[in-house]
Design a protein around this ligand. Structure first.
Ligand code: GLC
Length: 409
């Protein structure tokens, strides 16, 4: 597809998924793009950041509106929820099919991978809008401080998630054992999740107590790679402000902890750490490659990840790379797993992260191939939630917002 046609198609999706109005529960104006009108009619944290990044190429004012709406949902303690139910009328139908951790009816009490400072930085760089930067900084500093204060109880620089949806890779097989998944299906996942939610019920709203309870306490590699990336952006956005050093230091600390605690030299992959005891979860998924987003990842590790995993046809180098789970995994499900997501198909957001990362690490050909194949998926099957890694068949939600990230690849 020519660039112009691609932009027109992306614009159509983003415009039709755009939601604007005034929320009747808080009187605030909202203006954002929902992931998909069918199934995902609200604002999701990391989706929103991806939409804003795509919108930079089409309508930078709308990109700012998207981020302003997300930031307007920040709570006084700094936390920003992963779902904001701006249009409450649509909630009952949604909750019939999904479970959400909530202490308020209007938003979730769940986090998502903290990419927000990077999205804001990109908008700022594209527009030079100082007022936008200035209004974002207090929200961003409060948010990243919240993450450190609440989600890093052992102070090692790695933040922890308390349930799998917080990492954005909901049903990834890397959580199976921690969840005690008995039935390998979406229903099995929901059943396991319900048990966790029930245990959390008396503790909801106090994430530190939830982490202490050590039920699902995961220092997740994808989340922490994105965290480090966000911290770097925030430090740059802060420029000469004295706060900049605080966030640079934190980014270094997170990178160092990923290297010293999550890197497994024998396996040649990064693994999540489970529980207060930090037991490595030795399951390779797309998350194991995510530290590639760190520009200062040591060269031998970059080469190992690329040589051993990314370019190996039996692992991630499928005809339409990069699958969310390597083809070699006994749990690899390349086709439509009926809601049992992140267990094989290829997603555009992880391809966006990793194609940029491979470019920066000096692999332009690999990056270009990932971009060309992502392009082919979209051309063949439209903007879908995810794609079959062998056939490019479109799967999951239709007219899916973040697949427009192709504009930024
Ligand atoms: C699914 C994905 C999550 C995403 C959400 C909305 O739950 O796993 O990453 O944010 O859908 O698109």
């Amino acid at each position: 597809m020519e660039r112009q046609a691609l932009e027109a198609a992306a614009r159509k999706i983003l415009l039709s998924n755009q939601r604007r109005g005034v929320a009747d529960w808080n009187g605030k104006e909202y203006n954002f793009v929902c992931p998909s009108l069918v199934g995902y009619p609200f604002q999701w944290f990391w989706d929103s950041c991806f939409h804003a990044i795509a919108l930079i190429h089409l309508d930078p004012e709308q990109a700012k509106a998207e981020m302003r709406t997300l930031m307007s949902a920040a709570l006084p303690d700094g936390f920003i929820p992963h779902i904001i139910f701006w249009e409450m009328g649509k909630q009952p139908e949604f909750l019939r099919h999904n479970i959400v951790g909530q202490i308020s009816p209007y938003y979730s009490s769940t986090m998502q991978p903290p990419i927000i400072a990077y999205a804001v930085e990109r908008i700022y760089r594209a527009t030079g809008d100082e007022a936008f930067r200035a209004s974002a900084l207090p929200v961003l500093t409060a948010y990243y401080r919240w993450l450190r204060r609440v989600r890093d109880p052992d102070g090692d620089g790695l933040i922890a998630v308390i349930q799998p949806e917080e990492a954005g890779t909901d049903c990834s097989p890397k959580y199976d054992d921690v969840l005690g998944l008995e039935e390998l299906s979406n229903l099995g996942f929901i059943t396991a999740l319900k048990k966790i939610y029930a245990a959390y019920a008396p503790l909801r709203g106090d994430d530190r107590r939830i982490l202490d309870a050590d039920i699902f306490h995961l220092e997740d590699v994808l989340v922490n790679s994105v965290y480090a990336m966000g911290l770097r952006s925030l430090a740059r956005l802060l420029g000469t402000s004295p706060d900049a050093a605080e966030f640079s230091r934190e980014a270094d600390k997170t990178r160092d902890a990923l290297l010293s605690k999550c890197w497994d030299e024998e396996a040649g992959a990064f693994f999540d750490l489970s529980g207060v005891a930090e037991a490595p979860v030795k399951v390779v998924t797309i998350s194991s490659l995510m530290p590639l987003v760190l520009e200062d990842l040591p060269r031998p590790i970059v080469e190992r990840l690329v040589g051993q995993w990314v370019t190996a046809p039996r692992h991630f180098w499928t005809p339409y790379p990069l699958p969310s789970v390597p083809a070699s995994s006994p749990k690899f499900l390349p086709g439509n797993p009926r809601g049992f997501i992140w267990r094989g198909p290829t997603w555009i957001n992880t391809n966006w992260f990793l194609s940029h990362a491979l470019w920066r690490h000096g692999y332009p050909d690999l990056a270009d191939t990932i971009v060309a194949k992502s392009h082919e998926c979209i051309e063949k099957s439209g903007f879908r939630e995810y794609y079959h890694p062998y056939t490019a068949e479109g799967l999951g939600a239709r007219n899916f917002g973040w697949s427009t990230l192709i504009l930024d690849m």
